[in-house]
Structure formats: C-alpha cells, structure tokens
Ligand binder design. Structure first.
Ligand code: GLU
Length: 289
C-alpha cells in the first residue's frame, strides 16, 4: 500500500563508500521513494575499534553528492546499547545463549570445526562446558555470547521459518547454516546479527534491500525475529556490482571510493541515474538481478 514502505541503508563507517555501496543505497532509496514510502539511514558503528567519525561524515557527503536524501533522524548503533542488552537478556534468560572463551586461533585449530555456508562453523567447544568451569572462567576471562542453535530452533517452535525475497521467492530459513553465531562479541556489546535485527524492527523497516552477500545472514536474522517477537520484513537481496572481471568491489581490491570520483569531477546525480537504470560505469559490471 502506498506510503507504508520503509527501507533503509545501513553502512558500517569502517571505510569510505565505493560504487557498490552507492548501487545498494540507490536501490533501497528508490524502493521507498517510488512507493511514497520512507527511507532511513542507520550508521552501524557498533564496532568502536574500527568505526571512524570521518567515515560517518563521508557517508553524509556521498549522499549529498549522489542526490540521495533520507527521512527522519539518523540512527547510530553506538547509541543503542541498551536495546541490544535487553535483547541479549531476553535470550539469555530463555537459556538460548552461552559464553564462549575461544579465540579465533582456537576455532581454526579445532580439527572438528565443520564448514558451513559462511566459512567455519563454530564446533561448539564452549557449549559443553560444565557449570562450575563456566562460571569460574566467566569471572576471569573475556567472553563472547553465542546462540545455541539447537535450543533456539526448538524454542522458535514447530514448523519452518520463511521469508519472502522479492528476487529469490519464498525462502525457508536454515538457522543451522551458520551454526552457533556470536551475538555479543568480546570486544563489542552486540554482533552484527543481533544489532541489525533489533534495529530494523526499531526503525519499522518493512523492506530490507541489501546485497546478495548478506543473503545467508538472513537465516539467522529470521530466527532472531522469531525468538524476539519481531515483525518479519520482506527482503530483496540484490546482485552485486563488480569490476570488469566479475570480482566483488572492495577497498582492498582498489575499488575507487565515491569521494575520489567526486574529487575527480564526476557528476554524482548522473552516476546515480546510470546505476538506477542498471548500467555499470566503464570498468564495472552489473549482473542481471
Ligand atoms: N552494515 C552492514 C555493512 O555495511 C550492512 C548491514 C545490512 O544491510 O544488513 O555491510
């Protein structure tokens, strides 16, 4: 229904935006604008160690250059810690979380670590700790909080969890695909999975338009929505803009930043129009949706 759609763009200010971000932001922006809906901006600065104020300012500048506007106040994850703590408490009280003391090296060294869609699936080492060992380690060691997927799936109830994807159709969520993911990190009070799910609901987002690289994450987000009693948005996981050889854009691969294109005198709104017509600038490629 006209006017009821809410979409969002949710960048992490850990580096400057590149053309792939612009393509994603334009899709989410236009999805709302075409329906007379609302488009919100959320700064995903939960990772205090990697987020930088200059990149937040860069996002605002890039939006101005591209001719994109957002509605209402900008949400910042760094100001939402109470909301994440409340969600974690709820899951912890339901017995669905456990503290994890493992380092990345511990997990990589585990011979039993199985592989899932997103890489190594946590082998469950800390899930099996007995209560006494767990509480003495909690008093002395930094720890993350992981979701116990088996318990969480049981708590979510009978039957499959679905989401509606505008491009992929009806998708049955597979919460097992990513294993016992981290919901609160040792070095950050919430993980991406928890913060994004809580915030999309808090901002009333009805349509999540984001890159296909995040498709698998939705398996977990759909489970968290169920456990936390949150509404289920419609998703559109769009194809990713690539370089001419088909490689995903990333700063480390030398993708030009929007700021550098701006500084070189490119016309922002003309570039945005090109991307919205589904055309890639010279040297880039856009696979069909
Ligand atoms: N903050 C995430 C990123 O920059 C995107 C989150 C999302 O769209 O769900 O990759």
């Amino acid at each position: 229904m006209r006017g009821t759609i809410i979409t969002r763009f949710a960048p992490s200010p850990t580096g400057p935006l590149h053309l792939g971000h612009a393509f994603s932001a334009i899709q989410a922006h236009d999805c709302a604008r075409q329906e007379g809906g609302t488009f919100v901006l959320r700064i995903e600065d939960i990772d205090g160690g990697r987020s930088r104020p200059e990149h937040v300012q860069g996002i605002f500048d890039d939006f101005g250059w591209l001719g994109l506007s957002w509605d209402g106040p900008v949400m910042r994850q760094s100001e939402r810690l109470d909301a994440y703590a409340a969600a974690l408490d709820r899951l912890r009280e339901a017995g669905l979380l456990y503290p994890c003391f493992c380092t990345r090296a511990d997990i990589a060294a585990s011979l039993s670590a199985p592989h899932g869609i997103g890489g190594t699936v946590y082998p469950g080492t800390c899930r099996a700790l007995d209560a006494t060992v767990r509480s003495s380690r909690m008093a002395n060691e930094p720890h993350a909080w992981r979701i116990d997927i088996a318990r969480a799936v049981a708590a979510a109830g009978q039957g499959d969890l679905f989401w509606q994807d505008e491009l992929a159709g009806a998708v049955v969520a597979d919460p097992w695909a990513l294993g016992d993911v981290v919901l609160a990190r040792k070095d950050a009070p919430a993980s991406y999975h928890l913060a994004v799910t809580v915030d999309d609901a808090a901002q009333g987002v009805t349509h999540i338009v984001r890159g296909r690289d995040l498709f698998e994450a939705t398996h977990v987000h759909r489970l968290l929505q169920e456990l936390l009693g949150l509404p289920v948005p419609v998703y559109r996981h769009h194809a990713l803009l690539t370089d001419a050889a088909g490689n995903r854009l990333a700063k480390r691969n030398g993708a030009p930043t929007l700021a550098s294109l701006h500084a070189a005198g490119q016309d922002g709104p003309a570039l945005a129009d090109m991307l919205r017509r589904g055309q890639a600038p010279p040297g880039f490629a856009l696979p069909p949706p």
